[in-house]
Design a protein around this ligand. Structure first.
Ligand code: SF4
Length: 100
């Protein structure tokens, strides 16, 4: 399961620095993976890229962005449920292609 950022976000960007997968982007900023740039997922809020979020699996025991958020705007995303094995495979893929 990836995490997602809700409309409670105040765009302070405290979470961005905590993400080991470079999965969090400012509103309107294109995201990238393996050197390929993609369209921003939100023009309104700081956003998380589900293809890059591993819930911090492979780095930490818990998602690092959730406690970093002063407005509790980051929650687990029920629309992106994944097993630990899937999250580990995603982390391996990111290791392989590069996170930027
Ligand atoms: Fe990044 Fe971890 Fe937050 Fe996912 S849970 S966006 S990998 S800090």
């Amino acid at each position: 399961m990836a995490v997602k950022i809700t409309e409670d976000c105040i765009a302070c960007n405290a979470c961005e620095a905590e993400c080991p997968n470079i999965a969090i982007y400012d509103a309107g900023v294109p995201w990238s993976l393996g050197g390929e740039e993609k369209e921003a997922l939100s023009d309104e809020f700081t956003y998380v890229v589900p293809d890059k979020c591993t819930e911090c699996v492979g780095f930490y025991d818990e998602p690092q962005c959730i406690p970093a958020c002063p407005t509790e705007a980051i929650i687990m995303d029920p629309d992106n449920v994944e097993t630990k094995e899937q999250l580990e495979a995603k982390k391996d893929h990111l290791d392989e292609v590069g996170r930027e």
